[in-house]
Unconditional design. Sequence first.
Length: 386
Amino acid sequence: MESLLLSPNQVLALGNPAIALMFSIIFICVWTLLDRFRDYLLFVAASFFVYAIAAASQILVVPRDAGLNTMLTGALYIASAVLMARAMVARYGVRHYHFPLAAGCLGLLAALAYYFYVVPDLVARIYILNLGSSAILLFPVIHWWKRLGSRGIDRLLFWIYVAFAISFLPRTFFSMTTAVTGGRAAFAQSPFWTVLQLTLFIFAIVLALTILAAAVVDTIEKLQDERNIDSLTQLYNRRSFEERAASLIEDNRRRDMSLVVCDIDHFKSINDRDGHAAGDQVLQAFGEIVRDCIRAQDIAARVGGEEFALLLPCTSLDGAVQLAERVRNHLATTPFRTLAGARIVTASFGVAQRMQDESLQDLFARADAMLYRAKSGGRNKVAVAG
């Protein structure tokens, strides 16, 4: 019976997986209640759940076999780190190299097995597990940094995540010192091990609360977007376009930026001849074409009845022209079965690249002048500001 009793350190340390399990449940609830399209929340929930199982297994020494316990908890800790990294990849859409990551994880497990069964070395296993977990967590950081915008919550989450990943490094050194002097059993029962668990516990709580805050901010912004989105085309309305464009210009003051304005040709005739329902169908189809052609960082809006604007950050004049031609060709080759006659709809485009310190109003005026030139030149054209 004595073997079933928990030491004070074990009882205290069990708070760590208990809190992790609680956060796992919270993230599932947040995903269910707020937004089921944000799959990264499920990855976060899975990461905390797997970590809770790993920590509980290590603290309670279940299974009792030391080798099996080492390999099982090691695999679970690695899986938890992979799931957390995958959550950030899913949230920010950064590149993730699946094959090198999978190969690295298998290498870590092989190294753990080697330093338990072949050359027993607790210090080496501590190094492998902690440094490996840190490397896995840091895997998406470089590409994430390149996509980091000006949103405060995104920057806060980035730096807390990086701090969490780097925190494994000093813990490795201090854990190694204690492990060397006392061995595995003494290390697991030492107050110092409990302190290490506590630091991990604090970092994990801060990271979890920041991710929750980011999810809440995302939901609030989504509700705001619904107010600022044109219901027919699912593009931004004019007010929202001007607000977002001003912020985008401020963030990209020294980078290339281009504006495309376009107008559906003879749209009034479509409404008069075929009815407003047919006109709405054309607008819906054009909005879908625009959404398919632009990137995530571009801003597209319906700024008038049949007039649209696309602000393209980090885009040269040639790049903007190529986008405009792609949208123009796509629309011109899309048949509209509800329309009489040829059933073909075209649009005209004006393109301008932002000059240094040029305001949005001046940029829009130059692009609008090009749109007028395209319409005057026969429509279904792209006119470019020289």
